[in-house]
Design a protein. Structure first.
Length: 451
């Protein structure tokens, strides 16, 4: 039997140069002034010519301490990204920028552009000390062309935002309560077209008791806003106003057995979601700690994005009623076998299944009444999904001499996807461990040279 011997070369990563330069001066009163510059330069060939060849960002940040209680800080940064028409077109069309939106009057997609430029800035005024009150007021912006994703992380540009936070705190222990605080938050943001893309508020409080139990809860409220990324590059649409709560409770972490609970609920009048996450931590000895937690989430979304369908009469933006169930089980084990040898284990099976029905298309995203935004559509696709995943990371650490350490890491991953939106607990968790696995072993050695 003869086996083929064909070989080929593929470019999977271009030759590149990255640099990060940072200068920071701190003054006697803990005020500071800093400068930063990053550069990316790539040597591109045809297979990877769809990415930019050059990206440069630079900026300054400052923190001015006004007395001992107040701080005025912020930053300004600019960016430029350069490449061929294909690379810059991909940037303009990405969800970070969305220049192609038909109802955007302040940006326009330019297929011939070979650069993308922008800037961003923020100013924060805060009260950073005080027995009873703390606060922060923030204003920030990112122009539509600002981009730092070649050597950074940016979810979206084209935003002007304002945030406000006020906290009242009580740090002196009482008969039952050790510490407590209450926080008031407000946020709002617009894009450079003037559309309000967020407006909401939150009140939350956190309590620590004399028996070392802890609890916290909060209430969120969001107004009806415009989502300019609702159709992934198509027209914008209103979101629904809504509200919800979150809560957590944990018992004394010093005890051999510790219990915890997280729960939340949110509704916008047309859909809702809830989550529940109990956990238990057991410490049978000082050297061994085990934690097990279950997370259960239910999401009913009446207008979940499905996709854009191109037909002879134009593009149709399709949404559907989504019924999604997500669960996971998280296990952590920390075991110190000797003062120089320890073992850490993390394992999590994860399952998410979503079933779609009642498909509709967006006909007028800016209609004030929810019923007038959509119309029925005959959609022949199947966006149902069932995603199974298992991740485990196991780390052995051995300090074989003072300052010298050996790490051995074993990671395993399992994944499976099926176009089936049904969720069955027993079947799905059994299927997780029967899927093919990918195993990775990492070894790290740190040796201390002590002449």
């Amino acid at each position: 039997m003869a086996f083929g011997s064909d070989r080929r070369r593929e470019v999977v990563e271009p030759g590149a140069f990255f640099s990060v330069s940072r200068v920071r001066r701190e003054f006697a009163d803990q005020s500071s002034l800093g400068l930063i510059m990053t550069t990316t330069s790539r040597k591109l060939s045809d297979p990877v010519s769809f990415i930019p060849d050059t990206a440069v960002t630079g900026g300054t940040d400052y923190d001015w301490r006004i007395g001992r209680r107040f701080s005025l800080n912020g930053y300004w940064a600019g960016s430029t990204v350069r490449g061929n028409e294909s690379a810059i077109s991909r940037l303009q069309l990405s969800n970070v920028h969305s220049y192609q939106r038909p109802d955007a009057e302040h940006v326009e997609f330019d297929p011939a552009a070979t650069s993308l430029n922008g800037h961003a800035g923020a100013v924060n005024f805060s009260k950073i000390s005080g027995e009873r009150t703390r606060f922060n007021f923030t204003g920030m912006y990112k122009t539509p062309g600002f981009d730092v994703n070649d050597l950074g992380f940016l979810q979206r540009a084209d935003v002007i935002s304002a945030f406000a936070w006020l906290q009242m705190r009580w740090e002196k222990p009482g008969r039952f309560v050790r510490t407590k605080n209450i926080n008031f938050n407000h946020w709002q943001s617009h894009n450079f077209d003037g559309d309000r893309i967020s407006f909401g508020g939150n009140i939350n409080s956190h309590w620590s008791f004399q028996n070392n139990w802890n609890t916290g809860f909060g209430v969120n409220v969001n107004a009806r806003n415009i989502d300019d990324r609702f159709t992934r590059g198509g027209p914008s649409a209103y979101t629904n106003n809504g509200g919800g709560y979150w809560h957590y409770l944990s018992t004394d972490s010093r005890k051999r057995v510790r219990f915890g609970l997280d729960d939340n609920f949110y509704s916008d009048g047309h859909g809702h979601s809830w989550g529940l996450g109990p956990s238990v931590t057991v410490k049978p000895t000082a050297a061994l700690s085990t934690e097990f937690g279950i997370s259960m989430n239910k999401n009913i979304e009446d207008s979940q994005w499905v996709g854009a369908v191109n037909r002879d009469d134009g593009t149709h933006y399709v949404f559907g009623h989504l019924n999604q169930t997500t669960t996971s089980m998280t296990t952590r084990v920390n075991y110190t076998l000797t003062p120089t040898l320890s073992l850490q284990i993390y394992a999590q099976p994860f399952i998410s299944a979503g079933d779609y029905e009642n498909f509709r298309e967006l006909v007028n995203g800016r209609a004030l009444r929810y019923e007038n935004r959509y119309a029925p559509i005959a959609y022949g696709g199947n966006p149902d999904f069932r995603f199974l995943s298992f991740r485990t990371t196991n780390v052995m650490r051995w300090e074989f001499k003072p300052g010298s350490t050996l790490f051995v890491v074993w990671q395993q991953g399992r994944e499976q996807f099926a176009p089936d939106g049904t969720f069955r607990f027993g079947r799905d968790y059994a299927d997780v461990f029967s899927t093919p696995s990918t195993n990775t072993i990492l070894v790290k050695l740190a040796y201390w040279l002590n002449p």
